[in-house]
Structure formats: C-alpha cells, structure tokens
Design a protein around this ligand. Structure first.
Ligand code: ADP
Length: 213
C-alpha cells in the first residue's frame, strides 16, 4: 500500500520526536487532531506506528524487514545457484590460477575421485606463491582448505541461510551439495555454487521487482 505525502510527513515527525502525542503531531502540521485521526490509525494498522496509551506514538523500525526476510527464506538456493568451477586435487596451482582467470571466479572447488575435498580461494593461491614453490608441480590438494572444514549448503535451503553462512564464516563462496553414500562412506557431490555475487544479483532483482511477489 502506498502512503500519502501527509502520512510520510507524520512518520518523519514521529521518527524525530518519539514518543509524541497526536496533539503534538497535529501542532507540527498545523492541523486539528481530528483531521489526523484517519492517517494515524491507518499508519498504525500498517505497522508503521505504534501507539502507547498515555505515552504517544512510536515509529516502528523497518516493518518491511519481516516481509523481506520471509521473501529471502522463500527463495531456494537451487533456483539461483551458478555453475561451479571444479578442479581435481591433483591439478597444479598454475592450472588453478589459469582456471580462475578463464572462468572468472574467485573460488575453486576441489574434488577427489569426483567428490568435494576442498576449496581454494584467491588468497590461498597468492599465499602459496610467497614461498619458494613450483606452481606447475604443486597440486591444489596441498594448499586447499579441506574437508571436514568446508562450509556448504543444500539446494533446498534458502538464500537467507546461504547469505548467513557467507557472512558468519567470512567466505566468498559456498558449494551447493548433495550427500551420497558410496561404499558405505558419505560423499559430497557438487551441484552448484552460491557466491557473494549471486547474493548481490538477487538483491538488485528484488529491488527491481523481478523476484518474489
Ligand atoms: P579470499 O581468501 O580470496 O579472501 P575467501 O574469503 O572465500 O576468499 O576465503 C578465505 C579462506 O576461507 C580461504 O583460506 C579459503 O580456502 C577458505 N574458504 C573459502 N570458501 C570456503 C568454504 N565454503 N568453506 C570453508 N572454507 C572456505
């Protein structure tokens, strides 16, 4: 629902002066209390203002955030994940660097026998080059962050959970995985990738009304 210019003004006054009585709001606007009654009850109904008896009106911070969170909880990783760039653990650091440039990604997922074994980031590659290392002969398996320390996500989880994991673990990218049991052993198959860029794209699409309701 759109709010009118006057309702917008009321919100600004309450924000600045809360708690504030309806008389005072009316005075700010040079109006009578009765002229404001409808606007105040509408804004309260919309959850933008809260009236406390004998105290006055309060502005309610970001009431849309509940909706936004619900929206983010509704968007599944599967629908927005991108293609993962996957390298074998035996591939060299040089191969890793070349792939990062060619595929234009900041994170490589590393597999052993086709299953998730580790992650290599830009800084992992930079760090590895500081020492006296033969980048053409040293495998990615030597420098990767390895299982079981890899943070991952399932396709049916929400983008909200994905974003929370990226922030909490201070990482740029998450492998989207499916668990399989092979020879009695749990293995992780890589299905996709969620990166900070994915989240930023969704953010813009949401703002442009291309996603959600
Ligand atoms: P950069 O190192 O280029 O800043 P990141 O912030 O993604 O990129 O990586 C920081 C460290 O976390 C690196 O050592 C990397 O191997 C590791 N890392 C990256 N992604 C993950 C992940 N999904 N799970 C566990 N560790 C990760």
């Amino acid at each position: 629902m759109q709010i009118t210019e006057r309702q917008h003004e009321i919100l600004e006054i309450v924000k600045e002066n809360q708690p504030i009585t309806s008389e005072s709001i009316a005075m700010h606007l040079n109006l009578s209390r009765s002229a404001l009654r409808n606007d105040l009850s509408l804004l309260s109904m919309m959850g933008l203002l809260e009236a406390k008896t004998n105290v006055g009106y309060f502005y309610k911070e970001m009431p849309i955030s509940t909706d936004l969170k619900e929206l983010l909880l509704d968007i599944e990783v599967e629908g927005i994940m991108s293609v993962p760039v996957v390298m074998d653990e035996k591939a060299s650091i040089s191969d890793g660097i070349v792939s990062m440039f060619i595929e234009d990604v900041g994170t490589l997922f590393v597999v052993s026998d086709g299953h998730l074994a580790g992650v290599v980031s830009r800084k992992d590659l930079l760090k590895s080059m500081v020492g006296n290392i033969d980048a053409g002969a040293t495998p990615l398996g030597m420098i990767m962050t390895r299982m079981p320390n890899i943070v991952y996500i399932y396709p049916e989880e929400s983008i909200y959970i994905a974003a929370t994991k990226l922030i909490r673990h201070e990482i740029d990218s998450l492998p989207v995985i499916k668990k399989t049991i092979i020879d009695g052993q749990e293995q992780l198959k890589i299905l996709g990738r969620i990166s900070k860029t994915t989240i930023t794209k969704i953010f813009v699409e949401l703002a442009d009304g291309q996603l959600g309701g």
